[in-house]
Design a protein around this ligand. Structure first.
Ligand SMILES: Cc1cc2nc3c(=O)[nH]c(=O)nc-3n(C[C@H](O)[C@H](O)[C@H](O)COP(=O)(O)O)c2cc1C
Length: 366
């Protein structure tokens, strides 16, 4: 960490959906999707000095033995409750463009911003599962058009949140807004993220978003992905922050950690994993470099596995490669968040990866 550069922001890719940790029947704790469990995890993460919580948005599961992600808490209502339960941590919702009218989302978002004192952010996803949207009678646009619509959606949000009331107009193939108004307006623009990994997705993020939530096949590949999105943003005279989602697991020895990974894979829900992987990468090729076994552990997360020391070093590698934040997937979210504070955060502090003040003594949240 340098004077100019803030430390790595710590976050969780929260289990608002069932079976969130891995596409496997192997578990060390009960499924953590119920709200009481999410609240306990959020409070624990906040107390430990984490700065970001982030949910998945899903409308149906992916079948197989686990019906992976089949039970889920809707993310606007989920964020509303968690923002009230917490006081410092930033919490995102994830919204599917084809499902919501942007005027409704502008109003819900401004309400959450108001309720939380500016701690709410939004991940705007174009959607990719034809089954999921087909269930609602919604046909997904062709991939490129999907991102044009997402751009229109973001422009409408920003317009309604900042233009003088009754002056905002937008007319496109998808939306007709005349003399648009949505009050209250947030005092500062809520942070907007996109998680697209295709050319269209990356260009949209660079042009219109504050955060890129990226997928990466390996630790080594991450810095090039980070540099690429940052360069695209710079070309637009903008800056974009980056977050990856690592699956983080550590044990006293590397062999024990790898044995646990082997157990997760041995119990994989192959049908659900294949359904997920096919749907997620069919158009963009985002996960082409993943094998089904890799994909099972953390559902597309990059693996950060070993002893506490090795895990800290791998997180340092991500930080040194330019990454701004991690949205961690954990095997046992509540217990592992507590253990992360005890086992890993002191090493990260000593290495200068997180600020010395990140933790219980004081918040260093950006
Ligand atoms: C960290 C992260 C979170 C994501 N969250 C969701 C989500 O909650 N719901 C969803 O439908 N897609 C989600 N996606 C999928 C992306 O929005 C996107 O569709 C996918 O990465 C494929 O990229 P592309 O649309 O650019 O082809 C997520 C992706 C990443 C990397």
């Amino acid at each position: 960490m340098t004077d100019q550069r803030p430390g790595l922001e710590l976050g969780l890719f929260m289990p608002n959906c069932s079976n969130m940790s891995s596409i496997s029947t192997w578990r060390t704790v009960e499924d953590e999707w119920p709200y009481a469990r999410n609240k306990a995890i959020a409070l624990t993460a906040e107390a430990a000095g984490f700065s970001l919580l982030f949910p998945v948005s899903r409308w149906r599961g992916f079948g197989g033995e686990t019906d992976y992600l089949g039970t889920s808490l809707e993310t606007m209502t989920w964020a509303s409750a968690l923002l009230e339960a917490t006081s410092r941590i930033n919490i995102f919702s994830t919204v599917h463009v084809p499902v919501f009218n942007p005027v409704v989302v502008a109003k819900m978002g401004a309400s959450l911003d108001h309720i939380s004192g500016g701690r709410w952010g939004i991940n705007i996803v174009s959607g990719w599962s034809r089954e999921e949207f087909g269930m609602m009678g919604i046909e997904l646009d062709e991939h490129g058009e999907r991102y044009q619509r997402t751009a229109a959606f973001i422009e409408i949000l920003r317009g309604l949140w900042s233009a003088p009331p009754r002056t905002f107009n937008h007319h496109s193939k998808w939306y007709d807004i005349t003399n648009g108004v949505s009050l209250p307006q947030p005092p500062d623009m809520p942070k907007i993220a996109n998680a697209g990994s295709s050319e269209d997705g990356k260009n949209l993020t660079a042009r219109l978003c504050d955060w890129s939530f990226l997928s990466t096949p390996s630790l080594e590949a991450t810095s090039a992905i980070v540099s690429d999105i940052k360069a695209r943003a710079e070309a637009q005279q903008r800056s974009v922050r980056t977050a990856a989602f690592p699956f983080v697991l550590w044990r006293d020895s590397e062999d024990e950690a790898q044995a646990e990974i082997a157990r997760i894979i041995e119990h994989k829900d192959a049908i659900a994993a294949q359904n997920w992987m096919d749907g997620a990468s069919i158009e963009s090729g985002s996960f082409d470099q993943f094998t089904l076994d890799m994909f099972t552990v953390g559902a597309g997360a990059v693996h950060v596995v070993g002893t506490a020391e090795q895990v800290a070093n791998k997180l340092k590698l991500l930080y040194d490669g330019g990454l701004d934040a991690v949205l961690m997937v954990l095997q046992n979210f509540l217990g592992d968040t507590q253990a992360f504070e005890r086992d890993i955060m002191p090493i990260l502090r000593d290495m200068g990866v997180i600020a010395p003040t990140t933790g219980r003594q004081g918040a260093a949240l950006t």
